[in-house]
Write a protein that binds this ligand. Structure first.
Ligand code: SF4
Length: 357
């Protein structure tokens, strides 16, 4: 058995196992015992939790909270609404569509870490949304839709599939003439870096005219270790590009220092910050949600001008009509007839001629 399979077989998903890693608080114990929610993580990710601090950013993403019972802003049946699953276009369950030329191909509903803030909770945690994961049917739909040029393979976590299944999906997608790129959405480089084995590198790697991009999810600098650095290096070495899609999480990364540290540390392990997502209005995750402006303020006050341009993600909200950027807009302070007045991160002003069409 490979190490990553051992990690999955020994998933930390009950109080006994959890006790090996942390001193459980009465609130955490009550939430686990009364919510009957699916939760759990790998022993590797559990070992990164602070033993005594319930406010530990990793602990909060792993352990259920009684606050999950509250739902003031969440939309019931969120995924069906968000992924336009009830509109008139007939599609297999595996295909979620919000754009003309690209789709999300949902191939499974298992994860290595059941993130408490997950907007796909109905699918992966509560399982109230049951999808039929017929991969061949999904591939057939993609083959029949020549306008699709970009496929995001997602889940759950698609890298939890066997090497053989991943190889099959990649090979079949690459055989479709209109597919120009394949993306994987996977948290495994962060929560189970052991999954990036030599065999998986062989499956994903090598030069091919249809490249593979992988976007992972890392929300706090504490999640970044030597093992993740090695896994990312191995992915890049075999030709897979790696980006990060963080989620803005109240009490985890919504302060200037945590936000800046995360984005700077990602670059030290060669991950390019790609998106920061506003935490979507799925049910039961109100306690992680900030005001909408928060992400733009954090980019303005901790990243833009304060650190290298490569560390700048795009702040977006993913909606049923696609992603909408919510970037800070402080820099144009006057649009004059002859010139624009611009402001930098220090509040200094400069001007630029207003060029007519
Ligand atoms: S890995 Fe992704 S899909 Fe799975 S629980 Fe976490 S956020 Fe949700």
């Amino acid at each position: 058995m490979e190490e990553w399979q051992y990690q999955m077989q020994n998933h930390v998903d009950n109080l006994e196992k959890l006790k090996e890693f942390i001193n459980i608080t009465p609130e955490e114990k009550e939430a686990i015992e009364t919510l009957h929610t699916r939760w759990g993580t790998t022993p590797y990710f559990a070992s990164l939790m602070d033993r005594d601090d319930p406010a530990c950013p990793i602990r909060k993403q792993v352990i259920p909270s009684l606050k999950e019972k509250e739902n003031r802003y969440g939309i019931e049946n969120y995924l069906v609404y968000k992924e336009n699953r009830s509109n008139e276009e007939k599609r297999p369950d595996t295909i979620a569509r919000q754009y003309y030329d690209r789709i999300a191909f949902t191939v499974m509903n298992t994860c290595a870490n059941y993130c408490r803030h997950c907007f796909r909770k109905e699918l992966v945690v509560d399982k109230s949304l049951q999808l039929h994961f017929d991969i061949d049917q999904g591939l057939e739909w993609i083959r029949e839709h020549s306008e699709i040029r970009d496929v995001l393979v997602t889940g759950g976590d698609p890298l939890l599939l066997s090497d053989e299944k991943i190889e099959y999906i990649v090979r079949k997608l690459r055989e479709i003439p209109h597919i120009q790129m394949i993306r994987f959405g996977s948290r495994l480089p962060v929560v189970l870096p052991q999954r990036i084995t030599a065999k998986l590198q062989k499956v994903l790697g090598g030069f091919h005219k249809v490249p593979i991009w992988l976007n992972t999810q890392c929300n706090h600098a504490k999640e970044i270790t030597e093992q993740t650095a090695r896994a990312v290096y191995d992915l890049l070495s075999c030709g897979v590009n790696v980006g990060n899609q963080a989620v803005l999480l109240k009490g985890i990364n919504d302060d200037l220092k945590s936000f800046k540290d995360l984005h700077q540390k990602l670059l030290t392990i060669r991950i390019r910050p790609y998106y920061v997502f506003y935490n979507e209005p799925a049910p039961g995750i109100d306690h992680f949600r900030t005001p909408i402006e928060k992400g733009a303020e954090l980019i303005r006050d901790s990243l833009r001008g304060h650190t290298t341009g490569l560390a700048q993600p795009m702040y977006v909200v993913a909606t049923n009509i696609g992603k909408i950027p919510l970037m800070p807009d402080y820099y144009i302070i006057n649009r004059g007839e002859k010139e624009y007045t611009l402001k930098n991160y220090k509040g200094q002003l400069t001007t630029l001629p207003n060029i007519p069409e």
